[in-house]
Write a protein that binds this ligand. Structure first.
Ligand code: NAD
Length: 338
């Protein structure tokens, strides 16, 4: 069993913990919090040993009735791999600790590529992650872009890519972020950072991106256009997406034309926390003008990177040789298949 610690049990960390616990070849040896919270109570209820970032906060946890197993240093001593899901910028500061104890670590998209020196997306570069000590799983938006661009590049070759990201204002549980009533250009300047971030995984791709933030909490929406280098048909593209383990088609027969209906669908499917791990590509939006491909895809920001973390663990431990096998194991353990 691969022993996994989750440093930072928040939006991403709590999902990664549950996804790891569901795998047949992994176990959660601990999760960490900075202060007592509802999430800390859930960690206890799930049976995850709870560690704290600063021992000075021990009393606050004990006053809240939360038993502490030790501090983060104690936690990582039990781990083969640490998934660092602390807020962007904090993870980088933890690197010294992981180096000191010689433990493998995975950072999230809020950290720069340079922190790990290698950026990961399961269906693009699983083999290159093998045996690495440090890996960064790219952000939710970058993961969604990499999945579809790589699938099209493998089949047709991809030239120029242009994408506009319409991003959620905050995660559902966040009460201090917005906007409440605005469309915020973020950034105003073109390009946004998403294109260069895709190139950390797919350096050969010519991509330029723009982004804005809107008052919604569930999912980002991408308007995506790319030039294919060979002839394609809509039927072929639908078949590629349908066969992909991390992309799903939103079929016209469902009547779904929005992120709100996608959330309802995920809830009705019985997905934990309404999580959609796969990119949701609107079948009817797929259009070809000559060799120029257009589509809309919705990306569940809290979920798509979770399954990628699980595959990254297997690759770094060299536990499963083929990407497709790890992806299938991960998906199956979470109850979804292509
Ligand atoms: P979050 O704020 O929801 O959770 C972070 C957790 O880390 C919190 O529980 C916090 O208590 C804990 N923490 C803070 N400082 C710590 C420390 N020094 N030691 C241990 N724990 C500490 O953040 P999040 O949204 O889960 O984001 C985590 C990472 O994932 C970031 O890099 C972010 O960019 C990336 N990411 C977030 C999303 C998203 O939509 N939320 C999507 C993809 C990637």
């Amino acid at each position: 069993m691969i022993k996994v610690a989750i440093n930072g049990y928040g939006t991403i960390g709590k999902r990664v913990a549950d996804a790891v616990a569901a795998q047949p070849d992994m176990e959660v040896v601990g999760v960490s919090k900075t202060k007592p919270s509802a999430e800390a109570y859930v960690a206890r209820q799930r049976g995850y040993p709870l560690y704290i970032a600063e021992m000075s906060k021990r009393q606050a946890f004990e006053d809240a009735g939360l038993e502490i197993a030790g501090d983060v240093t104690d936690m990582i001593k039990h781990a083969d791999v640490v998934v660092d899901a602390t807020p962007g910028g904090i993870g980088e500061k933890n690197k010294k600790l992981y180096e000191l104890y010689g433990v493998k670590a995975i950072w999230q998209g809020g950290e720069d590529h340079e922190v790990a020196g290698f950026s990961f997306c399961s269906s693009c570069n699983y083999n290159e992650a093998k045996n690495r000590q440090f890996v960064r799983v790219v952000s939710c938006n970058t993961t969604g872009l990499c999945r579809i661009i790589h699938a099209m590049d493998e089949r047709y070759g991809v030239g120029r890519v242009r994408a506009t990201m319409v991003r959620r204002g905050s995660d559902p549980g966040e009460i201090k972020k917005g906007p409440v009533d605005a469309i915020v250009l973020n950034p105003v300047k073109v390009p946004s950072h998403h294109g260069p971030d895709v190139q950390t995984v797919l350096p050969q791709i010519d991509i330029t991106t723009m982004a804005m933030i809107v008052p919604t909490t569930f999912m980002h929406m991408h308007a995506l256009q790319m030039d294919l280098k060979s002839d394609a048909t809509k039927e072929e593209i639908l078949a590629i997406i349908e066969a992909h383990p991390r992309m799903g088609l939103v079929r016209p027969g469902t009547g779904i034309t929005s992120t709100a209906e996608l959330r309802e669908y995920a809830q009705d499917l019985g997905r934990p926390r309404a999580d959609l791990y796969e990119s949701a590509i609107f079948a009817d939006s797929i259009g070809l003008v000559g060799r120029e491909l257009f589509l809309f895809q919705a990306i569940h920001q809290e979920a798509d990177v979770v399954v990628e973390n699980v595959d990254a663990i297997r690759a770094m431990m060299n536990a499963v040789d083929e990407a497709a096998v790890s992806i299938e194991m991960t998906n199956r353990a979470l109850g979804f298949t292509a």
